[in-house]
Structures are given as structure tokens and as C-alpha cells.
Design a protein around this ligand. Structure first.
Ligand code: FUB
Length: 315
């Protein structure tokens, strides 16, 4: 009887510990599955966190990613998991690879720009899905890719068309930035599903991938993964067309992961840096990543203080 009580007490304590952990904001913020390439959307008092599902088995040393996941939170500590909102197979023209992505809202519709491999045009490509809700379900908005590898000629690699980041400026103009090795950008039409300009490039020191655009106090920020393994660097400008001024390293190598992929948001008056590392024990790593959140602080001149990666997170 005493033994039975002890077992029940131990189980209760364990459940409390696991549930408690999930709700403290400790990093990694989600511990029950591997997630990479976090992109956050602030909408109506909530943060929606979109990420690729890292499904690689422990002995598999590359990405195995078939679907994206979405979580939501009102406090960045307690996260609700929603049904799978989008899979690479939802794009009939794609052959797979649910790589980095970002969601943005315009006129009540949610547009999800994703990286996938193309079935017939060799290389990676960018597609766009749409939904009436931030948690989906999303469906292919175009029935074809928005960007394919044959549209960009600045490098011979076929994975340069990855990692879309999207931004709508104060005039309602949509902008898409993306790239690997070369940072590309173009304007989007009002429908958000067609390009509205030629494709241009941004010259950034040691640009690897993962561009991310955000704005604060009149400054545009273009943060990106630099080198490999990756750190996160950033540049600032008064215009999305540049010129961009390089400002240095924002985040150092993320623990146990050769990539670092960031998203930067302001939520309820505070600023946050969201990224991935390989910290889940025992099998976390570069292809089994997990999402972490830190506070982000600006200096008076608009530059950003280096991020301090922690286990305690935003507590
Ligand atoms: O998740 C696959 C790739 O890893 C992403 O597209 C890159 O940004 C890197 O995080």
C-alpha cells in the first residue's frame, strides 16, 4: 500500500515537473518534439509560432522534414499545440522538404511563404499557402511555385532559393527576402502571390541564409545567418531598398546545432529573439532542433545588444 502510494506520488511529481517545465518559458520552450526554423507572428494578443518539424531519426544526419507545425501563446510561456496546418505534400508541384518559412497577415488572410524542393525544376523553391486563420488549415495559394531556382542566377548552387521572410511596409507594400549564399529580394503585388519587381540582391558580409526583416523605431533590420556553423548577424537601414549598414554579430553559435535561424518580434511592449538550438536531451542536434526565446534589447542609437542565450529563457 505504501509502495503504491509512493508510486502514485512519484508519478504525480513527474507529471507536475514535465507540465510545469512546459509552462515556465524555460528553453527549449517546446520539449516534446523537434522543431527548427521558428517564425513568429503577433496577431490579436497572441504569438503564433510556426516551425518545421524535424523528423530525422537519431542516426540520420540530414534534414527529414515533411510538415510544419503551429503553436500559439498569450504569454510566451504556455504554448497550445494545434493540428498540423501545412505539409510539403500540400504543394502538388513540390517533392518535399518543409524547410524554413514565415507567415504574415494581410486584410484578414494569412499568407505562408515556405521553402520546398521542386518536383520538375531542379532545386529548392518558394511556395505560398493561404488561410483565413493563423492556425490554418492552409492551402496552396498559387498551384505553382512563386520562386524557382531558374529565376535566380547569381550562384550555381540549387539551394539558393530558400528561407523566405516577408514584410509589409507602412504603405502596404509587401516585400519578400530570401536566399542562401546570395540574399535576394523583390516586391510583392497586392495579392501577395506575385512578384511586383525585378529580383535584386543585398550585399551582406558572409551571408549564409535565414534573412529576417523587422522594423523598430524607424529602422529596418535585416538579420541573417552568417558563416557555418552559423552565427546571426544584422544590418540596419532606413529603407528596405538599402543601403544596409552592417552592425555585427547578434547571436553566437547556438548550442549543439550548426544552424541558428532567428525571428524577432515585439509582443506586449517587450522585444524577443526566437531561434533554434540542438539542446533537447538526449537526441537533440543539427537535424533534431528545438526552439528557444530570449529577451532582445536595443541601444539608444537603434543597434541591438548581443543576445545572451540561456536555459532559463524569458523568466
Ligand atoms: O531547416 C532546413 C534549413 O536549415 C533551413 O531552411 C535553414 O535556414 C536552416 O535552418
Amino acid at each position: 500500500m505504501i509502495l503504491k502510494f509512493k508510486n502514485i506520488a512519484a508519478t504525480a511529481l513527474l507529471s507536475f515537473y514535465i507540465a510545469g517545465n512546459a509552462q515556465t518559458g524555460e528553453n527549449p520552450i517546446i520539449k516534446d518534439e523537434f522543431l527548427g526554423d521558428p517564425a513568429a507572428l503577433v496577431h490579436k494578443g497572441k504569438v503564433y509560432l510556426y516551425a518545421g518539424h524535424d523528423e530525422a531519426p537519431n542516426d540520420f544526419n540530414f534534414y527529414k522534414m515533411n510538415e510544419w507545425k503551429v503553436y500559439s501563446s498569450s504569454d510566451l510561456k504556455t504554448w497550445d499545440k494545434h493540428p498540423v496546418p501545412l505539409k510539403a505534400s500540400d504543394f502538388a508541384w513540390a517533392s518535399g522538404d518543409a524547410w524554413a518559412s514565415q507567415v504574415i497577415e494581410k486584410n484578414g488572410k494569412f499568407y505562408w511563404y515556405v521553402t520546398v524542393s521542386h518536383k520538375t525544376i531542379p532545386g529548392k523553391s518558394i511556395g505560398v499557402a493561404v488561410s483565413d486563420s493563423p492556425i490554418g488549415p492552409f492551402k496552396d495559394a498559387l498551384g505553382k511555385a512563386l520562386i524557382t531556382n531558374d529565376m535566380t542566377k547569381k550562384t550555381t548552387i540549387d539551394w539558393d532559393d530558400i528561407d523566405p521572410t516577408v514584410y509589409i511596409d507602412d504603405k502596404g507594400q509587401g516585400w519578400l527576402f530570401w536566399g542562401n549564399t546570395v540574399c535576394y529580394y523583390a516586391k510583392l503585388k497586392n495579392n501577395m502571390t506575385e512578384l511586383d519587381s525585378e529580383i535584386k540582391t543585398v550585399d551582406l558580409p558572409k551571408f549564409t541564409e535565414a534573412p529576417y526583416i523587422h522594423k523598430k523605431n524607424g529602422w529596418y533590420y535585416l538579420s541573417y545567418a552568417t558563416g557555418f556553423p552559423e552565427k546571426i548577424a544584422y544590418a540596419m537601414s532606413k529603407s528596405l531598398d538599402g543601403p544596409w549598414e552592417y552592425k555585427g554579430i547578434l547571436n553566437e553559435l547556438a548550442g549543439n546545432s550548426n544552424t541558428n535561424h532567428q525571428s524577432i518580434i515585439e509582443f506586449k511592449g517587450k522585444d524577443y529573439f526566437i531561434y533554434h538550438n540542438g539542446a533537447i536531451e538526449p537526441n537533440g542536434g543539427s537535424f533534431r532542433r528545438s526552439v528557444a526565446i530570449e529577451h532582445l534589447y536595443y541601444n539608444k542609437d537603434g543597434s541591438i545588444k548581443p543576445i545572451i542565450m540561456t536555459t532559463k529563457g524569458i523568466n
